[in-house]
Design a protein around this ligand. Structure first.
Ligand SMILES: *[C@@H]1O[C@H](CO)[C@@H](O)[C@H](O)[C@H]1NC(C)=O
Ligand SMILES: *[C@@H]1O[C@H](CO)[C@@H](O)[C@H](O)[C@H]1NC(C)=O
Ligand SMILES: *[C@@H]1O[C@H](CO)[C@@H](O)[C@H](O)[C@H]1NC(C)=O
Length: 675
């Protein structure tokens, strides 16, 4: 959102953070200091023993993933109204689906959009009896890129939902299912076009972001309100004006069509077009079959793959903001749901209207867990202070207060220039910790203990590592400020987030100074951990002035064609269990599975129990028994390498699942957007 690298309030996971596990190197934007490196158990034990994994320093060679990201460009694909897949990246397929910007416009003259779609193909052909369908994913945000999510996590998510048996081993076709994983970029996000820009070029954007960081977040100084308020007005007034200008004569304005209902409609279109595409594959396969093995009177392949016009159903896995998109879809198209798994559940009524309890109610309790785990492990926790959890909390609190009084000077190092470690910087680390305790707690303990010795270099290294300075490209310089070559896909996440959030939550646009200050104060009262941060989420929509054409009716509720499955941690910093309970009540027949851990979304900690329930749901449609609470198989700071090894080696099936979960849980990132 506005100013700092902040509210990804509804994002469960990794946006930019490359898995260090997978790639063995940290990316510029990854949270370098806490990336948990390398493969295998040896590295794991080292991770648990050393509270902060140092930045793995390796050569500058591209990881396999990034190498393959380079040659493909979305511009090579011509958008089409049917799904036409092209090979892209490494073993993926990409398509650009042509849709109307305004789904309710009845003339045919409106602006068109091209939705970027990436598909990780199932382990069996779509014509196979064991093909289970395509699961559409959304990573949260709002503003998160589903394409990126599919590229980074698609294989691990597939491991969770697919049958544990490999397709080659299965003889009984009816019991095993294998799924495609499909990620798409919502409107206003990354590779979906048209895009928009709030800055004349990337250089200007990076400058703005550095200045905002230096100004400090709300609560960082006596004049923090004024600085942030003025920034919000400058940014949001300009941004929303840019996005609400209609394209061309009689065209539509992107900003009026980036809210969630049209995106849910896009998703329905993907589902329909997938049916059409599947049928096409089926017809070809049937023809090949009939040619080589004689005419099949039942035309079984064709029958199996036939497009059910206007009746194709959605399989979906959404997290954080992705649960808003999911429940919105389920409310608008209740008879088009085949499977819907919603993890880290947003109270959609609160999200759209502002009425109801604040979502950050449990965030301080997560910080309390930090103190108690740290106390439990004793001296191995760098922030350990004798006297129990309260003493550790006090130690941290004093550190925070002293940084508020005065930042810390940090001398230049071999890799960076001079810096200052600030209260704002520490609050960022605290936020990572409560979103992703598994990796974040030890990271916080390490940074904090370093600061306590009067050395702010670890914090400054971390801040420095997140920066990615950028010059305008030659094409951009030639075309001039604000021109389209100056728009760079994939750099707009915070602003995409606002474009979606502020038109969903129109009430946020209305704040005046006094009203905002009241909201801010009440958020501080709810949470000393993330209250100031959450106020930034509100600030991101101040002076935004765009009204959506398609407003979401509330309450968000529906009788769906198949029960939804909600999953939630017992303690989640921004999507509390009470929100999951609220939404489960709003969708009769739905299930709610709880995971006994802390952090944002259940993948914050591996749990074989939860993952097997998710697998079962996708395989059979069955919900777990009501009231089920699953353990997490790993606790922050207390991680026991022998336990990990036990899980990894217990059976090949569990080992593969556990490895996928570990990779997801360890992919530490700075949440750029709130959800
Ligand atoms: C911060 O400054 C105030 C006022 O100067 C002082 O009373 C307080 O002790 C300081 N706090 C810390 C933790 O240094
Ligand atoms: C945007 O998508 C590209 C793939 O086309 C991906 O490499 C990049 O990381 C994405 N950017 C963001 C911010 O998700
Ligand atoms: C769902 O079904 C119940 C029972 O038939 C009904 O009372 C309720 O109004 C329905 N809800 C919606 C949103 O249609």
């Amino acid at each position: 959102m506005e100013s700092h690298k902040h509210p990804n309030f509804l994002r469960c996971q990794i946006q930019n953070g490359d898995s260090a596990w997978r790639s063995g190197r940290s990316r510029r934007n990854a949270v370098n200091g806490c990336v948990l490196a390398i493969t295998a158990i040896a590295a794991l034990s080292w991770w648990f023993l050393s509270p902060t994994a140092p930045v793995p320093t390796q050569g500058t060679n591209s990881s396999p993933a990034t190498k393959l990201l380079e040659p493909f460009s979305w511009g090579q694909i011509t958008p089409s109204q049917s799904l036409e897949y092209h090979d892209c990246f490494d073993g993926f397929q990409c398509a650009r689906l042509d849709v109307p910007m305004d789904w309710h416009r009845s003339d045919s003259l409106g602006t068109r959009m091209a939705v970027a779609i990436t598909r990780l193909p199932a382990k069996v052909p779509v014509t196979d009896p064991q093909y289970g369908g395509a699961i559409i994913i959304n990573p949260g945000g709002p503003g998160g890129s589903g394409v990126t999510k599919a590229l980074l996590s698609g294989r691990n998510l597939q491991t969770v939902v697919d049958s544990a048996a490999s397709p080659a081993e299965t003889t009984d076709g009816s019991r095993h299912r294998y799924f495609d994983i499909i990620g798409f970029d919502p409107r206003g996000v990354n590779n979906t076009t048209p895009g928009f820009s709030c800055f004349p070029n990337l250089f200007a954007q990076k400058n703005w972001e550095l200045q905002a960081e230096a100004d400090g977040m709300l609560g960082s100084s006596a004049n923090s309100f004024m600085r942030n308020w003025k920034r919000a007005i400058a940014l949001n007034t300009g941004c929303s004006k840019a996005i609400s200008t209609p394209s061309g004569d009689g065209g539509d304005a992107l900003g009026e069509h980036t809210n969630t209902p049209p995106v849910a409609r896009d998703m329905l279109e993907i589902v329909e077009r997938h049916g059409e595409w599947r049928e096409k594959q089926g017809m070809e396969a049937q023809r090949r079959h009939d040619q080589s093995r004689g005419h099949d009177p039942e035309q079984s392949i064709f029958t199996r793959t036939k497009w059910k016009h206007g009746q194709e159903k959605l399989l979906y896995w959404g997290r954080s903001y992705g649960t808003v998109l999911g429940t919105t879809f389920a409310a608008l198209f209740p008879d088009r749901v085949e499977r819907m798994l919603l993890d880290g559940v947003v109270d959609a009524d609160k999200y759209y209207t502002g009425a109801g309890p604040e979502p950050i109610v449990d965030s301080d309790a997560i910080f309390d867990k930090f103190s108690s785990y740290c106390d439990e492990v004793g001296e191995e926790c760098p922030l350990y202070t004798p006297g129990g959890p309260a003493a550790i909390k006090q130690t941290y609190k004093e550190l925070e207060d002293s940084l508020l009084n005065s930042s810390m000077s940090v001398l230049p190092s071999e890799t960076r220039g001079p810096g200052v470690a600030t209260w704002t910087d520490l609050k960022v680390v605290l936020r990572i910790a409560v979103y992703q305790p598994l990796a974040g707690f030890s990271f916080l303990a390490d940074i904090a203990s370093n600061l306590l010795t009067g050395d702010g270099s670890k914090l400054v290294d971390f801040k420095h590592g997140r920066r990615s300075p950028a010059c305008p490209s030659d094409e951009c310089l030639a075309a001039g400020p604000w021109s389209s070559p100056c728009q760079v896909a994939g750099q707009n996440e915070l602003y995409s987030s606002s474009a979606i959030l502020c038109t969903d939550a129109e009430y946020m646009q209305e704040a005046d100074e006094e009203g905002f200050k009241r909201t801010w104060r009440s958020l501080q009262e709810v949470s000393s951990t993330v209250g100031d941060y959450w106020a930034h989420v509100r600030l991101a929509c101040v002076a935004w002035s765009v009204r959506p054409k398609w407003k979401m009716p509330v309450p968000v509720t529906g009788n769906t064609s198949h029960p939804l499955l909600f999953v939630n941690n017992l303690l989640d910093p921004v999507t509390p269990l009470q929100s999951a309970k609220h939404m489960s009540r709003a969708f009769p027949g739905s299930g709610l599975l709880q995971q006994d851990s802390e952090g944002h979304c259940t993948l914050a900690a591996p749990s074989l129990c939860v993952s097997k329930a998710i697998r079962k749901y996708f395989q059979t449609g069955e919900l777990p028994a009501a009231g089920t609470v699953c353990d997490a198989d790993l606790k922050p700071l207390l991680g026991n390498p022998s336990k990990v090894e036990e899980h990894l080696t217990r059976s090949p099936e569990d080992g593969a699942l556990y490895k996928a979960l570990l990779e997801e849980a360890q992919r530490l990132r700075l949440p750029e957007t709130p959800l």
